[in-house]
Design a protein around this ligand. Structure first.
Ligand code: FE
Length: 390
């Protein structure tokens, strides 16, 4: 038996934030990130709309990027004190991810992260509150997904949480919030969305329910990302929807080894963090070459859906070309070397990273299995820019 889960309601379009005026409830806690939503006036808007709805509201602010266990626990305590029947999370991926975990600890104070990390093993939520998500970036799609990532900085581990219980009840996809993204973030999050859709389409868990969402998202990213990057707000709006469609696909079909590699290399090198979407964009064409042995016709479907013609093999290689072309347009490097990772450090760490990447939660649904040795070889290809021929 399979399951396909999405939010019950999705409000979209410019000004759709106004839906909050008609939200039914008594008390809401608004979970926020570092302050950009306040600066751009969106917090005031939300507060006045909720007041109009007759909902008493409190704020939980300053959720950091890559939210911590401590922040989650603090938020859950604040929720237990205030007793909201709505959790409203607004901002980039981080406040929304953090609020999802706070929700679980709000409803089940006795639970632990160790209990929660077993995939699809959450206790039943919604006994105290429902969840509404409002994204301000166009990439993670956490407003529609069953996922959240929380970091334990003390233990140096990330807890990937996955369960349809944390798929939000309502998502408000208002493109006005995404208009505030700087170009670099637009490029990285846009390529993250493309990776979500492509990985979902070739995933071993792909289905007739996820395929159309993935293909439409891919088509839209290729159509709109360069202009969105260039500051065209009509294109920016379409990207906000495209990333959401990609999220609906990958929340149900899961991902693949592009994400495994990005997760384990993001914070691995002393030269600095590799932003998630940037890492995905670098790895994607190499992983397509590797996976094509098992999923050539699926990648060819993708290529044909964006107007590429030829044999399956030709389609796959032109799809890789096209991704390289977009990376160039978006100022994304073609290799880890070009990104600035030092060769010595890379070679020293690559085997350990490869092992960790193979063990990542996203590897299981990749269309072609991979050993740590193959992963190490693949990572070397992404460092030097060599063709994947194994
Ligand atoms: Fe991602």
């Amino acid at each position: 038996m399979n399951r396909f889960t999405l939010p019950r309601d999705l409000y979209y379009g410019k000004g759709s934030l106004e839906f909050l005026k008609t939200l039914k409830g008594k008390k809401a806690i608004l979970v926020l990130g570092g302050g950009s939503m306040k600066r751009f006036g969106f917090v005031d808007k939300v507060l006045s709309y909720l007041k109009e709805a007759g909902i008493e509201t409190t704020l939980f602010e300053n959720v950091e990027p890559d939210p911590s266990v401590e922040t989650v626990m603090k938020g859950a305590t604040a929720m237990r004190e205030f007793n909201p029947d709505w959790i409203i999370a607004m901002g980039g991926g981080s406040p929304i991810d953090a609020a999802k975990a706070m929700w679980a600890f709000y409803e089940y104070p006795e639970t632990t992260f160790e209990d929660l990390i077993t995939p699809f093993n959450f206790p039943t939520l919604r006994t105290k509150a429902k969840f509404l998500a409002i994204p301000s970036t166009s990439g993670t799609a956490t407003e529609v997904t069953a996922f959240s990532v929380i970091t334990d900085y003390e233990k140096g581990i990330k807890y990937p949480l996955a369960d349809f219980n944390i798929t939000p009840d309502i998502a408000i996809v208002d493109p006005e919030l995404a208009e505030t993204m700087p170009p670099k973030l637009t490029a990285h999050t846009g390529m993250d969305a493309l990776t979500h859709a492509i990985e979902a389409y070739v995933s071993t868990l792909n289905s007739p329910f996820t395929d159309p969402l993935a293909l439409k998202a891919i088509h839209m990213v290729f159509d709109y990302l360069p202009d969105s990057f260039g500051g065209d707000m009509k294109a920016r709006e379409q990207m906000h929807y495209a990333q959401c469609l990609a999220g609906m696909a990958f929340s149900n079909a899961l991902l693949g080894i592009v994400h495994s590699m990005a997760h384990k290399t993001g914070a691995a090198f002393s030269t600095g963090h590799i932003p998630h979407g940037c890492a995905n964009a670098i790895y994607l064409p190499y992983v397509i070459q590797y996976n094509a042995k098992n999923a050539e016709s699926r990648y060819a479907d993708i290529a044909r859906s964006i107007g590429i013609t030829g044999s399956d093999a030709e389609c796959v290689s032109q799809l890789c070309e096209k991704i390289n072309e977009y990376n160039k347009k978006l100022n994304i490097p073609a290799t880890l070397k070009e990104f600035g990772i030092v060769e010595e450090e890379f070679l020293e760490k690559v085997d350990e990273i490869a092992k960790l990447a193979v063990g990542d939660a996203c590897t299981g649904s990749n269309p072609r299995p991979i050993t740590p040795e193959q992963m190490s070889q693949l990572l070397k290809c992404t460092y030097y820019g060599t063709k994947v021929d194994f």
